[in-house]
Ligand binder design. Structure first.
Ligand code: AMP
Length: 216
């Protein structure tokens, strides 16, 4: 049976950072829907251009487009043993579609760690976040600085500030999360997959809590 982990939590709480660390430790693929959209935008695909009209406003890309993109990604070879999903699902329709897709791939969601954060801290974290141009590695000049200013520790590429990490868009993203994504918590709580994790601890402490959640 393949293992799928769905990381839940508001924007800026550390889903991407933890997904990267866990992916390295477990060998499971890290699938970030936001990274996939940004990659499409970089390559100027139709999907990327369409997604950008929503992303720039902090709104969700429509479900059918997002589900189609994830379906294609899950079908790739590196997901044969499972994957860590970061940023998907974000709506109940996406969660339902994920169940159907995983049934096709003979997989299932094993655990859904929910990283909890405080809104003010999230706005502060996002506005000080720097993302690597080549592979989306995440740094924060206050909490998780790169070794060399402006340069990714992993691949040496340029670090940039995402457009949607500006305070106005961040506030909208948090609101969209509360309106649309928070409904997923009861979905995964009801099916016994949800494990709550305090995201206001250090990166290492959050990882330790995630590892314990994964063993359950
Ligand atoms: P993220 O990198 O996860 O913060 O996502 C950045 C942006 O990509 C979001 O604000 C949305 O516009 C879009 N996005 C990412 N994942 C999804 C998703 N599962 N459903 C809809 N839109 C998404």
């Amino acid at each position: 049976m393949t293992t799928f982990i769905v990381i839940l939590g508001p924007p800026g709480v550390g889903k991407g950072t933890q997904a990267e660390i866990l992916s390295e430790r477990t060998g499971l693929a890290h699938i970030s829907s936001g990274d996939l959209f940004r990659e499409n935008l970089k390559n100027q695909t139709d999907l990327g251009k369409l997604a950008q009209t929503y992303m720039s406003k902090g709104e969700l890309v429509p479900d059918d487009v997002t589900i189609g993109m994830i379906r294609e990604r899950l079908g790739r070879l590196d997901c044969a043993n499972g994957a860590i999903l970061d940023g998907f699902p974000r709506t109940p329709a996406q969660a339902d579609a994920l169940e159907i897709m995983l049934a096709e791939f003979k997989g299932r969601v094993d655990v859904a760690p929910f990283i909890i954060g405080n809104d003010d801290v999230l706005v502060d974290r996002l506005s000080t976040r720097w993302t690597c141009r080549a592979n989306g590695h995440i740094f924060n000049h206050k909490f998780n600085p790169p070794k060399e200013n402006g340069k990714c520790d992993y691949d040496g590429s340029e670090l940039y500030q995402r457009d949607d990490d500006k305070p106005e868009t961040v506030k909208r993203r948090i609101q969209v999360y509360l309106d649309q994504t928070a409904q997923l918590l009861s979905y995964y709580r009801d099916n016994g997959k949800l494990v709550e994790i305090d995201g206001m601890q250090t990166i290492d402490q959050v990882t330790q809590a995630m590892v314990i959640a994964l063993k359950k």
